[in-house]
Design a protein around this ligand. Structure first.
Ligand SMILES: Nc1ncnc2c1ncn2[C@@H]1O[C@H](COP(=O)(O)OP(=O)(O)OP(=O)(O)O)[C@@H](O)[C@H]1O
Ligand SMILES: [Mg+2]
Length: 270
């Protein structure tokens, strides 16, 4: 199988393998891309809770980004957990030397179990320095609420929040609806030209660990292969939906999804 594109992932490690860098590498690989990484933090967690977050120094994060991408030029960049203001500044600066415009920023702030992953000053720096560098910003509902200082209870509220996020300089916003309660989930893509609502059926399961990281990585992979934005979002949402639907039910908490759902392995192992 020929590799389709090269993706640089800037994110934290999840020792349980379901989210973060681990989910990103699995997703990019399953969708035919080549994954490179700059690790921002090492988390100790399982499907039930996050025990600790061990930060990597900003200078070391910048070095991973610059040294790696100088040699193998990425066609797309996916950014996940950046836990401090210094790290965000360092990543924002490093991005200046990367030529691709396909930058997807997943503003990870809270883990699925509710643990807060970044502090107040980091949120401010994210708003002021990094969002404007993103081609696509992919907050979930709680993150969009924190970033915009609004409450989101309806589709109208989601569109309102996405519009505020555009004012921070994002070129496109995909506001994810996984945290709502409705039977059908709405993920809303918004830019200056249009509002597109992707509707999918909510799958009844506790196993949704890493859905956000997975979606952002899938979209980055599709974008990096030259697919248009709307199509990349549609395909990414479908991939995540199928990955949730075929989750392996591992762990006692919010278990991981099945990143290999796009590959028919049976044939190879027959
Ligand atoms: N139960 C579910 N059934 C179907 N799709 C889901 C479900 N939960 C989330 N999704 C989809 O997963 C994608 C990620 O959305 P979500 O709101 O869960 O992101 P997130 O909160 O950032 O995830 P994470 O907690 O991993 O960071 C969206 O496309 C959303 O529609
Ligand atoms: Mg998330």
């Amino acid at each position: 199988m020929k590799l389709k594109s090269k993706i640089l992932i800037i994110a934290g490690s999840d020792s349980s393998g379901g989210a973060g860098i681990q989910a990103d590498i699995k997703t990019v690989t399953a969708l035919g891309g080549y994954a490179m990484t700059a690790i921002t933090a090492v988390t100790v967690q399982n499907t039930k809770r996050v025990v600790s977050v061990i930060p990597i120094k900003p200078i070391e994060i910048a070095k991973q980004i610059l040294f790696t991408s100088k040699d193998i030029k990425p066609n797309g960049v996916k950014i996940g957990m950046l836990h401090s203001s210094e790290v965000i500044k360092s990543v924002a600066k490093s991005l200046n030397s990367i030529k691709t415009s396909k930058i997807v920023l997943d503003p990870v702030m809270v883990a699925k179990g509710g643990a807060r992953l970044i502090n107040q000053s980091a949120i401010k720096t994210l708003k002021n320095k990094l969002i404007k560098k993103a081609y696509l910003l992919t907050p979930n509902i709680p993150e969009a609420e924190v970033l915009t200082n609004t409450k989101i209870k309806s589709t109208k509220d989601m569109i309102h929040a996405a519009n505020i996020l555009m004012q921070f300089g994002a070129r496109n916003v995909l506001l994810k609806g996984g945290h709502g309660r409705s039977k059908n989930i709405e993920d809303i893509l918004l830019n200056r030209k249009e509002v597109k609502i992707f509707k999918s059926r909510r799958i009844k399961t506790k196993n949704t660990h890493g859905t956000g990281c997975t979606l952002a990585s899938a979209i980055t992979t599709f974008l990096s292969c030259g697919k248009p934005l709307k199509k990349s979002c549609e395909l990414g949402i479908k991939y995540v939906n199928q990955a949730i639907g075929s989750n392996p039910n591992y762990g006692k908490g919010n278990g991981p999804i099945n990143h290999l759902n796009s590959i028919i392995i049976k044939k190879k192992f027959k």
